[in-house]
Write a protein of this length. Sequence first.
Length: 358
Amino acid sequence: MFDYLKKTYKGKKIFLTGHTGFKGSWLLKILSMLEADITGYALAPEGDLNLYHIINGDKLCKSVMGDLRDREKLRESIKTCSPDFIFHLAAQPIVRTSYEIPSETFEINAIGTANVLDGMRLVDKRCYGVFITTDKVYHNYEWPYPYRENDRLGGYDPYSASKACTELVIDSYRNSFFNTNNYPNHLKAIAVGRAGNVIGGGDWAKDRLIPDITRALGNNQSIEIRNPRSVRPWQHVMESLAGYLLLGAKLFEDPVKYSTAYNFGPYINDALPVKDMVEMAISSWGKGHYYLNGSANEPHEAGLLKLDINKAITELGWRPKLQASEAVKATIDWYKGFYENSEEMIEFTEKQILKFFN
């Protein structure tokens, strides 16, 4: 796959939002290895520990520090870049945080996406956009059936609802300004990637399972679990990023056919309870223990969520490469490598990427 993607992206101008975040930093590194010309737009990376600094992100792109809500700065940055591809990953991505700042979550995720699309309208050439939402855009009935791309959208918590709103924004722009029936005139195409709960090295975000696990293990502390029975479609971050890159390449080949939404997740039997994931992580680390700390006052989070990935398999030729146990091992290996010798993590990260894509 690496050679195929390199043929598409080598020398191409990429506008990547969220390049300082966890997924964005991984995508930035992959695109740099594909020899793309990258402009990143995001808030400054948070905290002393972040993947963007570990991979020397400033050396991999033209980095613009900005807020999605700064419409004029964002539009001007896109216009200056004049991208061939836009990968829009920037968001307020945490469910629990969305309860603390609900209106900001809607502004960043829905209006921020509209601002990116406004910038895309200013690009005076062919441009292909891959816009990333989430598996949580679906109205969750807590049923055992996996959700398909044409199932009802919705959201209980502000984060999920904001992402469902984001999808409506994207669909409106696709119909109003980038209609596939009129592609020869506007030369723009938009696709949407919906991914499940991704894991991987370099994530230190608050209120995410793997960062909480590795912080505890790295400091010889007990792992706190809030929702042990919650089932999630866990996958390694490179699985979803490979899907996004493949989707962009397919858009490049046939912008009309692939201007739609795709689920990227694991096979159904790899959608596992939180408790199982924690036990896998402890096994990979070689030591550790956990305790349950559920509370009736915890904000609501979906308990059961699975994705149907047959559309991506059939139409894109994408399919998961790693089983859940392999994804956990690759993730824990990255963190153990970091805690043992942080100076070698650029090379370590490159090796994980090449092993996955080749």
